[in-house]
Design a protein around this ligand. Sequence first.
Ligand code: ADE
Length: 249
Amino acid sequence: MTITVLTLFPGLFQGFLESSILARAIARGLVTVRLVDIRDFAADRHHVCDDAAYGGGPGMVMKPEPIAAALEATAAAGERIVYLTPAGRLFTQKAAEELARERDVTLLCGRYEGIDQRIIDSFVTDEFSIGDYVLSGGEVAAMAMVECVARLVPGVITGESLEEESFSHGLLEYPHYTRPEVFRGMRVPEILLSGHHEKIRLWRLARSIEKTMKHRPELLDSDDLPAEVRELVRKIRKEGDDDGRDEGP
Ligand code: ADE
């Protein structure tokens, strides 16, 4: 898969692309990340890429001509062109899985107040936000998307690791432990030392549900949860209710 990133700050990606799983995926030829400096496509002598907003107001807007020229020079016909913006729809694991099935994807990073709307109208196929907060530009959001999508490309990490992860079953992940068995007086839960795979699986599932109840209870209302999970959720909720009643008013 080739991910092309259009940005005014290609240097921000350097360390990021040279580290860990992503660097290995790139070295193995499974993922290619092309960095395109939008400034290289500004036609004027000073390579100006921003201008004041029509209608007034604070902040600058990214000019359309350099972005259009960069997209026309780099994007293939029919390629998804994703604009990173806090005004986009939320980027989720499901959206990442969908993008990972594409052969090529272009990520367009905005700066300042954003890009001229006419670029969105004429080139952009998807607008994504990585969360309800405002970054100074799309670059960090693009890195999050590159990392998230790249690890879903077949061969980048093992299918088993992917299976276990948060959101792949609609739940948050269970807690993890490694050596030592006792750390500052805190013991690893006994069941994880038992070697009993089915009991461990059920323990992890119960912890996942508890964690999801605490941090993201709305995820438990999804109809997509497996029957086993829905049944356990019902049981854990009932136990909670019964405990509440025992304590009395
Ligand atoms: N650019 C600035 N903030 C952003 C966000 N939350 N998601 C995507 N792109 C952005």
